[in-house]
Design a protein around this ligand. Sequence first.
Ligand code: GRF
Length: 187
Amino acid sequence: MHRLAVLSSGNGSNFKAIAEKLAESDHTLACMICDRREALVFEKAGKLGIPAYYVNYMGRPRSVVEEEIGAVLKKEKVELIALAGFMRLLSPALIDLYESRILNIHPSLLPKYPGTQGIQESFNSTDEELGITIHHIDYGLDTGPVIMQKSFIRQGDETLEEIESRIHDLEHIWYPAVLLEILNSIP
Ligand code: GRF
């Protein structure tokens, strides 16, 4: 029915969870796009048989790289984009092209702890309630309208690894579910 792309830079655990969820649906995970050649997400895409594309940002203007991304999205007939650990900011030009069709997952209860250290900063905080945010993107860093937040109450004696694992568990349940719901709602 509808076609999703995932943009990732790293391990790809969210990518895998999304791929598995979509495999049970009428929708297609059309492709994965990654800016790090050595990222583990490529191995996961290979195993799942999902087309994977490397885009090289090193020493190149963002506009040129985004033209390549745009060409892949067009070729793969992508209708919805899920950022999942993608460590680059997209430019307004690309965001406007997919107006309100680009989502992001963030491992904190935004607006708390935006940026790349969301888990560490959540852990370091004295907050009792920690969690995740799924949101539309806008031109800012981890800003944009919130679609869903899910949280848990920390026990107080958990290690960083345990907190990280609780956060990922929430991500892997709720991000695929939200994406599926949005794909279902596209006319
Ligand atoms: C997730 O924690 C996500 O919230 C953040 O980056 C991490 C990506 O993990 N934006 P993975 O690559 O999906 O395993």
